[in-house]
Write a protein that binds this ligand. Structure first.
Ligand SMILES: [Zn+2]
Length: 440
């Protein structure tokens, strides 16, 4: 690899207004610069407290017709075109602010977003870019006939086949995705729909903003649109656009060759999830096997100066390291047969209780928060645990690596952390924890 690539953000704020596809209302969108390692976040300017939603695959809510992400009860719909434009134009960090629950649909392509990004400018930041290098073939296949295969490559390439009902409008295109190629060959390709699919939606008035100005409608052999086709193979180009946007939810740049046969949002999202899982697996593998004391982490004495927990309830032996400006850390717990809970859970069949793993995550997350807040005069109370999953049993003799990443940190009162525990290179449990802080 020649020079390391750096993360990029926008040079300044820029925006435009238009119509929202589903409600038909006027919406304005602004893209703002954001710091390194921030990623892309959507901000709902129209809601109280202006909540933000991380453009991450974990926040994916719906994949029908368009890609919807959300956190809590807040949603943003139809994010794929703006995400495709940001990612392909080389923007790693940005805030996309909107005063509605979806971006302006524009002409149904990614061109308006590319234009706004070019007006804002793209500038380099100091942190290195995060890449996902495809090391071995990965694939997902759906019941609807979508097949996505990712192969090793030193560039990001897509070879895509699109096929309509009865294989009408079968089109094929293969290209590398670079800002120049995306802007010229992919961004202008508009959304296309089959008349039989949109007719019921029009009847229910679910696409109030939909018109022949922002989509190409295929009815039988006929192609209806206000403007003639922009490319003979405009449909496959739009499929590539959607794939780029959906894969941007992985939060990293892919070095690999994607073979996409009849891709759709559901299959694209499934591949993005597989990539995210593989990233977690690799980060688990990156943990050193021999862990020296006092090497940027915390030993058990230092942990007990911060946490009030004691035997038999201290669930972390050591913090190996803090990373990325203190928003991530990895703790270690050696699980031995002497743990008191093994006596009753279960006699003759010792398995570490899942709730004790959640407790371990909570303790590691608390250490992270105290380190960040630089105070021990407060005590953190565990408020909720969401999306908790126990994937594999933990046995005596296992070494558990407890990963915690701070995802929200509002003042010093509320904090959210995403956590997972890893044993033998496999995720054994995960969850998203929320804390509040009170004076001791
Ligand atoms: Zn699309």
């Amino acid at each position: 690899m020649a020079t390391p690539e750096f993360q990029h953000t926008l040079g300044k704020t820029a925006g435009f207004s238009g119509t929202s596809l589903h409600t038909g209302e006027k919406v304005s969108l602004k893209v703002h610069p954001a710091p390194a390692d921030h990623g892309v976040k959507f901000k709902r300017k129209d809601l109280q407290d202006e909540p933000t939603i991380d453009a991450k695959i974990d926040n994916l809510k719906m994949v029908e017709r368009a890609t919807t992400i959300g956190e809590g009860s807040v949603r943003v719909h139809t994010v794929e075109h703006v995400l495709a434009a940001l990612s392909a134009m080389g923007v790693d960090n940005a805030v996309v602010e909107m005063d509605a629950n979806e971006p302006p649909i524009g002409d149904g392509s990614a061109r308006p977003y590319v234009d706004v990004i070019k007006r804002a400018g793209v500038t380099a930041q100091e942190a290195p870019r995060r890449f996902f290098d495809v090391r071995e073939p990965m694939h997902v296949e759906s019941k609807t006939g979508a097949l996505l295969v990712l192969l090793p490559d030193d560039k990001f390439r897509i070879s895509c086949t699109q096929a309509g009902p009865n294989n009408r409008f079968t089109q094929y295109l293969s290209m590398e995705i670079t800002p120049t190629i995306f802007e010229r060959e992919i961004a202008p390709a508009r959304t296309f729909v089959y008349y039989e699919d949109v007719e019921p939606l029009m009847e229910k008035n679910l696409i109030k903003g939909g018109s022949l100005e922002n989509a190409v409608v295929v009815r039988g052999e006929a192609v209806l649109s206000k403007e003639p086709l922009r490319f003979e193979d405009e449909f496959v180009r739009h499929k590539i656009l959607d794939v780029v946007g959906d894969l941007a939810l992985t939060g990293c740049r892919i070095r690999g060759h994607l073979i996409a046969v009849k891709p759709g949002h559901a299959a694209n999202a499934e591949l993005a999830r597989a990539l995210a899982r593989e990233q977690v697996r690799r980060s688990a593998l990156a943990v050193p096997r021999s862990i020296p004391r006092g090497d940027g982490g915390l030993d058990s004495e230092q942990i007990m100066q911060i946490l009030p927990h004691r035997y038999p309830f201290l669930m972390v032996d050591r913090i190996i390291s803090f990373e990325e400006g203190g928003t991530k850390c990895i703790g270690l717990k050696t699980v031995t047969i002497n743990e008191p809970f093994f006596q009753g859970h279960f006699p003759g069949h010792p398995v570490m209780p899942g709730v004790m793993q959640v407790e371990a995550m909570a303790q590691v997350a608390s250490l992270l928060l105290f380190k960040l807040a630089k105070t021990t005069s407060k005590i953190g109370y565990f408020m909720s645990a969401d999306d908790v999953k126990f994937r594999k049993p933990v046995f005596p003799g296992d070494t558990m690596f407890i990963h915690a990443e701070l995802t929200k940190h509002r003042g010093e009162r509320l904090a959210k952390a995403k956590c997972h525990c890893v044993v033998n290179d496999a995720v054994v449990s995960e969850g998203e924890l929320m804390f509040t802080f009170l004076d001791k």
